[in-house]
Design a protein around this ligand. Structure first.
Ligand SMILES: [Zn+2]
Length: 80
């Protein structure tokens, strides 16, 4: 995996850079968006100009799953 481990990068900053690339419900186009950007402004426009609102519950679910992955990566390995 491509995470840089310089010192202790806070989980939050890894999460903010996590891409969610939402899909427009109108036309099905996807566009690049990170969790951090969606937190700042969950309402975005797809490449075709439709308004797409990222669901806060969806963000929470992504946040938990990314956090779990990062914690797993930071854990010392003991077989298994
Ligand atoms: Zn669209």
């Amino acid at each position: 995996m491509g995470f840089e481990m310089k010192g202790s990068q806070p989980v939050r900053s890894i999460l903010d850079q996590h891409r969610i690339d939402p899909e427009c419900p109108e036309c099905g186009a996807t566009f690049p968006l990170t969790v951090g950007e969606a937190r700042l402004n969950p309402t975005r426009r797809c490449p075709n100009g439709h308004e797409v609102t990222v669901d806060a519950g969806e963000l929470d679910r992504i946040a938990r799953s990314v956090q779990r992955q990062v914690e797993e990566m930071l854990k010392p390995r003991d077989g298994g």
